[in-house]
Structure formats: C-alpha cells, structure tokens
Design a protein around this ligand. Structure first.
Ligand SMILES: [Zn+2]
Length: 297
C-alpha cells in the first residue's frame, strides 16, 4: 500500500492546489519540543489547522453545512485509493504530519468505532511506517457525521518511543491517561479493545460509545494500540479564549497542534500537562477500568 500512496502523493501535489498549499504550509510549520517530566511533547504551529481546531461540531452546525467527506463535495482534483469494500484513502489537505491521510467510508453515516476497529488494524498492517487514528464524534472529529479514520507518517510519533519499554496496560506518570495494548493476534486484540470500550461505557454512562481517541501502528508483526479514554472534549482554556487548542489523537500522541502564533510562543509543558489531565478520563475511573482489564488478561 505504501508504494501506491507515494505515487498518489506525487500526482496529487502536482494537480491539487489545496493539497499543495497544505503541504507547503506544513513545511513552514515551526515545531519545538517542550519537556513534561520524562517525555517530550512537540508543539507545532500550523496556521492552516485553525478551522479544524475551532470547528463547530454541535448537531445543528453539522446539519447546516455540506459534508466535506462526501464524494460529491470533494475538490474535483481529489483522487483516492480504495481500501477493502468500504473505504477510500485520500491525502488530507490540512496536514499536521507528513503524509497525512484521511480514510473515508464510502457512505455518509455517523462516526463510530463499533464494527470498524478491525479495519483500523488492517490499515495499520498494510501501511508500514504509518500510524492510524480514530477520533470519536465528540473527541476531535470535525466530521462526526461521516465515518473516517486518519493516518500519517510515524517519522514523528512521540508516544511510540515514550512507551517502547512499557509492558502493562497503563503508562505510569504520563500526564495523560492512556490504555496500551500490544498483540499479533487480530481477533484477540479486537475483543480486548471492545471489552475496554464496553467497560468505559459502563463507568461513564456514555452509550453507544464512550468518549475516546485511538491510535494504532504495526511493526515487526505486532500491533500497538493506544486507547485514550476522555473526560471531556475541549479544555477550559479553549472556551475562555486563553489558548486556541482542541486536542485529539495526534495531540495526545505527542504532537500538540497550535494554530495561533501567540499560543505557540507562550504555551509551556505545564499548560500541556494540565490540558492532558483535564481532557483524559480522571484517575479514579481510569484506574478502576485498568484494574478490571488487568484482571481479565
Ligand atoms: Zn458525508
């Protein structure tokens, strides 16, 4: 899959002006590392992300706008590669990372993970060097009305290095609460993830789907899955206007997007740690679910 993607990238950058602008914008994006305890988060100033960061995702706003993932509304130059019976892979014209992809279901229908996690594993397994992410409909998906994943180059994917030596389902002292799963058995991994999601639904009362972000990659025959249980969508600093940030899977994986220059200058590791703690599931509920998952393995 990687080779056809490289060919598509070359063709699309040459023919699709919106993607070319986004790729150029990413080249000029400044990135700086901020230290939080024992790990780095990479703060990235990307002005072209301001629309996604501030997107209105309430039901009424979504119902009013044309869906930008439906085939009829794509730019005429936009081309994709089909993946399994249901999905098409496109380049994302507002990239956060190199080779940023949007993987779109052919039918317009609500963002949901039930029945779709296996596709995430298949995508990761067929795209060596990429991570694949899922943002829940109330956790950063700017098209909560149209099922999609994203993917991008793992050249910068900080959480992979942070967790390289962690064996359990929890990452200690990590500011954000995240469940970690590794495995080479597809069916077993799928049932473990759905069990975790079911437990989160029980603890948080959110059905059919708790607030979650997911990131997956595949390397040397094994998948690594990060499941970020969320306590809330956006941090208080977003609503007060103090910082224009709205973390989703990529931010939680260690690339923190700031569209505004003034925020890029002033944001600190303390700010980011506080935002991570605020938007991921609070410790008490997280630890209860982690204990249950550990007891079942
Ligand atoms: Zn749609």
């Amino acid at each position: 899959m990687v080779e056809p993607l490289e060919d598509l990238f070359t063709e699309q950058v040459a023919t699709w002006a919106r993607l070319k602008r986004g790729v150029d914008g990413l080249v000029h994006a400044q990135t700086r590392a901020v230290r939080i305890d024992w790990f780095d988060v990479f703060v990235r100033h990307i002005p072209h992300r301001v629309g996604s960061t501030t997107a209105a995702v309430d039901r009424e706003s979504i119902a009013k706008r044309p869906c930008f993932l439906c085939k009829d509304n794509l730019d005429p130059e936009e081309r994709g590669i089909t993946f399994n019976a249901d999905y098409t892979i496109y380049f994302n014209p507002f990239p956060i990372v190199d080779r940023h992809l949007t993987i779109v279901h052919r039918e317009h229908g609500l963002q949901h993970i039930a029945g779709e996690f296996g596709t995430m594993l298949d995508l990761a397994a067929s795209m060596s060097g990429y991570f694949v992410i899922y943002n829940g409909p109330e956790c950063g998906a700017s098209a909560p009305d149209h099922m999609h994943f994203q993917a991008g180059s793992r050249a910068l994917f900080p959480i992979e290095k942070d967790t390289a030596n962690i064996a359990g389902v929890k990452v200690p002292n990590y500011a954000r609460n995240v469940f970690l799963f590794r495995g080479s058995e597809r069916a077993q991994l799928i049932s473990r993830i759905y069990r975790a999601i079911e437990l989160l639904s029980e603890k948080t009362g959110k059905r059919p789907e708790p607030l979650i972000n997911i990131a997956v990659f595949h390397d040397r025959g094994q998948w690594t899955v990060y499941l970020f249980p969320r306590g809330k969508h956006r941090p208080a600093v977003f609503h007060t206007g103090e910082l224009t940030v709205s973390p989703a899977s990529i931010d939680l994986s260690g690339i923190f997007v700031v569209p505004l220059e003034k925020d890029f200058q002033r944001i600190t590791g303390e700010h980011i740690a506080a935002i991570f703690r605020e938007v991921t599931l609070p410790d008490a509920a997280f630890n209860r679910v982690a204990a249950q998952l550990e007891s079942e393995t």
